[in-house]
Design a protein. Sequence first.
Lengths: 216, 216
Amino acid sequence: MSGLRAKNKADKEARIREAAWALFAEQGYEAATVREIAQRAGVAQGTVFVYAKDKADLLAMLFADRLSAVVESAFATLPAGVSLLDALVHVFSSFMRFYAQDTRLARSVVRGVLFLEGPAAERMERLNRPFLGRVAGLFVAAQAQGLARAELVPFVAALNAFAAYFMALASWLNGLLPDLAAAEAQLRLALEHQLLGVLLPSSSPIELPTQQGAAP
Amino acid sequence: MSGLRAKNKADKEARIREAAWALFAEQGYEAATVREIAQRAGVAQGTVFVYAKDKADLLAMLFADRLSAVVESAFATLPAGVSLLDALVHVFSSFMRFYAQDTRLARSVVRGVLFLEGPAAERMERLNRPFLGRVAGLFVAAQAQGLARAELVPFVAALNAFAAYFMALASWLNGLLPDLAAAEAQLRLALEHQLLGVLLPSSSPIELPTQQGAAP
DNA sequence: GTTCAATGTTGAGCGTGTTCATTTTTGAGC
DNA sequence: GCTCAAAAATGAACACGCTCAACATTGAAC
């Protein structure tokens, strides 16, 4: 068997990942160059592209591991006997606190992760789908306990919750919200609205009046 | 006054915009080069960067106009006497149908628009804030008619609706949904859930059981 | 018509991410 | 220990977005 071969490959990959992580953290994603990463890892430029399809894939690889760890941790530390709202806030806040470690890099990650191509997209989808499944599980549990409407589709509710989380995250990372606390506050408010709903039980869904004023 | 000066400037800007639009449509955003755009517009490469901060800004400029037109059209064509759900679907579907004209370019636009820098970000925010205000106006109207909960914060509800729209849009443009119809269907389902809410009126928000199974 | 400061334009040049023909390394078969 | 195809690594070369010192154009003042 090819022990040396595999070991060298693993070593090089590890060195490249470490170098990339260090330089991304030090200089940010855009400022860090592949040449510098390669030099720090002790390999040639071209070698980097043997292990990652492109620079964006390098960043995605680095965060895929860490993000899946955050998912595990978030559900592992979910307090028992907590309300559905608090459970959702707990899970999504875990991500926000993770991204708070380096908001500059977080911006690049979230930006890159949303529109990936090819294998990287599939890798992310393999992380995302089970995650959304587990969030949906929270709604299923609430249904089982008679707390949530029976007609509700858990996966749709999970997607809505994720959408609200993503919006708060993006607003924060774009500087529209001042800090982590503000982002968490917006997240909670948005989720609260989703749980309580908009319409009154009456529900005679007719008549919506005209709009005033146009934009500049 | 400097009539010729202004006219030349306006002409050049128009030519650059036309050239950029044509080439982005023909080849896609990434494949189209600034050199080619400049050549088609009859100017030097450097001149392009006088009118747009960078290539991404060029794309953003092109779509800022068109998007604000879509906003106007969406609210102008809002049928009277329609349900809140149908009103929301109408507004957000307008955007989806607009993006459906060129989904490849739409991907680049949505991707670029989400994380803009500097003046481009402000320009987008000046488009987005009033838009969200008008969506919030739909909820205010529903409240005024006694259809929506009085405690609801209209802007939060609007942001939730936008988040659901964005999620459906991103899923579609990433190929997770097959076509425009599927995206519109997901949008409607998600909004329906937001309007009806999750929790039962009972609301004794306690007890949420354990999760099973970890991810690979 | 000439002057000249302000404004607008230019394209060679820089540093970047990425490719790929070439070179080096590896280990099973003998 | 040698052979040699397969695998891995290399770095020169390429095309790109973008900058900026140099150059061209404009029009108010005289």
